[in-house]
Write a protein that binds this ligand. Sequence first.
Ligand code: NAP
Length: 501
Amino acid sequence: MNLIGKHLIAGEWIGAADQFSSDPAQGEAHMFAAGTVDLVDRAVQAAEGAFPSYSSTTSQERATFLNAIADEIDCRADALAEIGSQETGLPDTRLRGETGRTSGQLRMFAAHILDGTYLDQRHDKAMPDRKPLPRSDLRMIQRPIGPIAVFGASNFPLAFSTAGGDTASALAAGCPVVVRGHHAHPGTAEIVAVAVHAAIVSCGIHAGVFSLIQGGDLEVGQALVQHPLIKAVGFTGSFRGGRALFDLCAQRAEPIPFFGELGSINPVFLLPEACAARGAEIGTGWAGSLMMGAGQFCTNPGVVVMIDGPSADTFRDAAVTALQQGPEQTTLTTGIADAYFDGRDRVAAADGTDTLVSFKRTKSRCVTPSVFETTGAQWLKSDALAHEVFGPLGIIVRVADMDEMLSVARDLEGQLTCTLQMDGGDTPAAKSLMPILERKSGRILANGFPTGVEVSDAMVHGGPYPASTNFGATSVGTMAIRRFLRPVCYQDLPSELLPTV
Ligand code: NAP
């Protein structure tokens, strides 16, 4: 495939002396220009230059632009599937599904801004005769905040990357975007950037509204979040990387919000009646969810908590049987496979942990499932078990009774999701868990598995720290637009000075 191999900065394809090579799972590698701090400044200055005109576009103009990007992405679906599966090792069907999700998100935001409710407009009419004091005319409208930095995620080369949910919601809000492409899929990022650029040209939008900077070392991302003209950051990735960038945002002369989605172990609480009635079925279902996409989902259900006893054995045996047959799967990067095997060793070495499924590593960029079992008492004592291991790794926690299950729930850090597997007779137990889980989690499910995040109005993909760095926000669904807006109150302003919406 012919690729440009350059950065897209405000409508211009720009090369650089330093280059880096892609590292595909299969197929040929390609060379790409590597990002620099100077290029970051150029892209951000262009984004600021675009802000006055772009932030004053109407919702209709932005909706037309978002729909045009979606169309341009859809017509590149074949190229995206080809390069995307080469770069990431993900199957063609997954890449095509993710392309549809990406264009679908853009169209969803187009429809959302046209309906206007996202502006949350409020109007307190003037009361000139009010005693003892008259009231002014007050209007509140949500306004775009300025240029946004977006970091492409390794595990969603399309839906959480160049024109993924962060970019779509920022553009919908009226904010220009500078994307730092993820080094795992630069060719995929480039084709999406070509699509965005085509939509910019066809819609007559200011070219500074979108830039893509590829590669470069960590100082490129650091310069981006520290640039004084950047007003917020969207990020999905590791706890370590996200926390480092979050701290930089907080230390700026003008601190800015860092919307980081950092990780989660997504506990499943298997309640007694459900375990007795459906233990084997739920065990097989859990194994399938754990292995999906080589476990490279932030919503991977890494822990199942249940009361010890024969029903727990039934669950465990079914899960182990399914996981022992789990295929060797290619990971998105060699680094992710390395981190997975380090995490597996950390869990295996924890006191009181039994290994139920553990395979040997045969290739540098492949993983197989790993499953461990421990007791509630050990879980509560151990620091090693409660951290995300990115990949198909599961821990079964057998607690002594409901009280210990509640203690395990209370001990959790913030989560993207918590799941209840329950039957009718489990309702009192579920009710006792709910007040705890609501404080821990962005989304609570019953009788399902958390992998597969619906893109919709009610979805919350976020949660208390460390699931995310901002528990009031979601990175999936229409509410994601709120991250890039802020309320402005207009007091007694003549209508010609009010913003166009
Ligand atoms: P990552 O290492 O956090 O990298 C994400 C992005 O942030 C990359 O563009 C990276 O730049 C940049 N970055 C990271 N640390 C930085 C720093 N200190 N300063 C400036 N920029 C920084 O995540 P990843 O590459 O996607 O995957 C690595 C691990 O992250 C996985 O093994 C997994 O544990 C975790 N992960 C979790 C989720 C989730 O949803 N929970 C999703 C993906 C990954 P470079 O490209 O230069 O490295």
